[in-house]
Design a protein around this ligand. Structure first.
Ligand code: GTP
Ligand code: MG
Length: 321
């Protein structure tokens, strides 16, 4: 018996497609310029808060893709403002919206009655969009989870970047939050697919946390990025049973809609459990027609990539409409 395990070498065509995918992912990820603009926006906001609330201890942090290392060129900056006192003078997102307006930001949309009240805005002088919330610490926790998952295996990051980009190109992830699914939701769908792949690429979130988010010693799955990427579209296009199951990144497997008593609500056509609040369905924004459309999009991407695992196939998959 050999005492060393021979590493599987991928066939040349699979290696070529992986290189192509990685190049594509690099072409959509946020640039150094995006990072600089993000930093400039943060210091602008920090100055505005200090000027308007000089006595207060107000903390500004970023979360979302800029922290999980999944930012695209077209990503917004997700910002959390934490006021550390209950008597803070900054109490509402509408107040914040006024300050942003005075500072020259435009396209300001205030959503005060959302589950997490936010303000969306565009900074024309920096050319960057932001989503700002007040005192929502859950977002930092789930961003840390996404980050740990992305770091778990080098194949995950390019796939996640490409799938988020695909969702934007195919218009079911809107820039103004009008999309059928958020980037976060579709990222959770990818993570669960990787947990269910045989052998799994990613453990359950529970296992990851127990292991203190440590990297694995052995990775039993040596599939190419390309075959996993195509497999993702095939899985959600043809195999996943939308009617019966709930996607759970926390557990790393599928839960039954019936057991969760999520089967009788018409907002639960596609079910993606929020890992840190298992009462919440992240995909309750998608109605029956939209889920059907989404499924057809997965099928479309699969059919294209099955035929042409090359640059032309990727261009077609990501074609904007
Ligand atoms: P891009 O901005 O498109 O690059 O995507 P993103 O990866 O930043 O994701 P998105 O903007 O959709 O969400 C940013 C962060 O907000 C996520 O990392 C989550 O922490 C949080 N978030 C987004 N949507 C939800 C939601 O529906 N529920 C909860 N609990 N958190 C959410
Ligand atoms: Mg974001």
């Amino acid at each position: 018996i050999a005492d060393t395990v021979k590493e599987e070498v991928l066939p040349q065509d699979e290696q070529d497609f992986d290189i192509e995918l990685q190049k594509f992912a690099a072409s959509v990820e946020a640039t150094e310029g995006h990072k600089q603009r993000r930093i400039a926006l943060l210091s602008k906001l920090s100055r505005v808060l200090q000027t308007n609330f000089p006595e207060e201890d107000i903390e500004l942090t970023t979360f979302g893709s800029t922290e999980s290392n999944l930012a695209l060129r077209r990503s917004d900056v997700d910002i959390c403002i934490q006021t550390h006192s209950r008597t803070s003078k900054l109490q509402t997102t509408c107040q914040l919206a006024r300050l942003l307006h005075e500072e020259g930001l435009v396209n300001i949309v205030c959503i005060p009655r959302a589950r997490v009240p936010i303000v969306k805005a565009w900074d024309p002088s920096l050319g960057i969009a932001c989503d700002i919330n007040l005192n929502n610490s859950l977002a930092k926790t789930n961003t840390a989870m996404i980050k740990a998952c992305v770091e778990y295996d080098a194949r995950i990051r390019p796939m996640a970047l490409l799938i988020k980009h695909w969702a934007k190109c195919r218009k079911f992830n809107g820039t103004k939050g009008k999309g059928v699914l958020s980037s976060y939701t579709i990222t959770c769908m990818l993570l669960n697919y990787l947990q269910l792949t045989d052998p799994p690429i990613l453990p359950s979130m529970v296992a990851l946390q127990q292991n203190d988010y440590c990297k694995p010693k052995v990775q039993l799955n040596e599939k190419s990025i390309g075959s996993l990427f195509i497999g993702f579209f095939e899985y959600y296009g043809y195999r996943f049973e939308y009617e019966s199951y709930v996607i759970s990144v926390k557990q790393g497997y599928l839960l039954s809609k019936k057991t969760k008593v999520w089967d009788s609500d018409q907002n639960n056509i596609l079910c993606v459990e929020e890992p840190f609040n298992n009462m919440r369905n992240l995909a309750n924004t998608a109605n029956e027609m939209e889920v059907m459309g989404l499924r057809l999009e997965f099928q479309r991407a699969y059919q294209i990539l099955k035929r042409s695992r090359d640059h032309a196939g990727l261009v077609e998959t990501f074609r904007e409409f």
